[in-house]
Design a protein. Sequence first.
Length: 236
Amino acid sequence: MGGLLTPRRRRGIEFLDDPAVDPRLVRRSLADVARSNLLFGGTRAVVAEVRAALRGLDAPASDLIMLDVGTGAGDIPARVERAVAARGHRLLTVGLDASETLVAAARSGLDGAIRGDALALPIATGGVDIAICSQVLHHFSDDDALQVVRELNRVARVRVIISDIRRSWMAAGGIWMASFPLGFHPVSRHDGVVSVMRGFTSGELSELVSAAIGRAPVVRRRIGFRVTASWTPEAP
């Protein structure tokens, strides 16, 4: 679906999706991604959703486990952990990624990092309190994205939070232009634009989650062309 302000969703090819990419290039580009998350709303969107989930608790959370699926360099869960600690909450952060290079990079900033498949998470049912998936879901085909959502729903007890890019021509043009003064690697520039074109509208993300788990999530448009979907999993 597309329109004057919203382009038709396109798959495209992101260079970093190739497992054969030089690990040095992966680390270089992931540093650009982390800066983009911080500057353009990716981090802020997840922090806001986690804070909202923790506000529903009767007392400050202590040692809740937060799993970040597709953690990359682990920048978002690390910042979430610091942000909620300032309000008296303690989160144990665990990152999961399919790439051993990224798992190794994430370990220094998180409480733990493991290699695993988002389509079959190596986590027991209800094994974590909060499961987040940020700027990752758009990498999957429609059928696989449904399975990722089901797996997030399976492993979380308190809240599932999906944050992704809200697709628009303005977002695509903005990341392209901003990448030059920010000194992004050409691969980061290319993949950033492809990511936007793979992103979701609010309606698309809501429909995807509903199709996966049989009920509607809370969907919010966030600044920086982000969209979040969150819900409390039903007890098994």
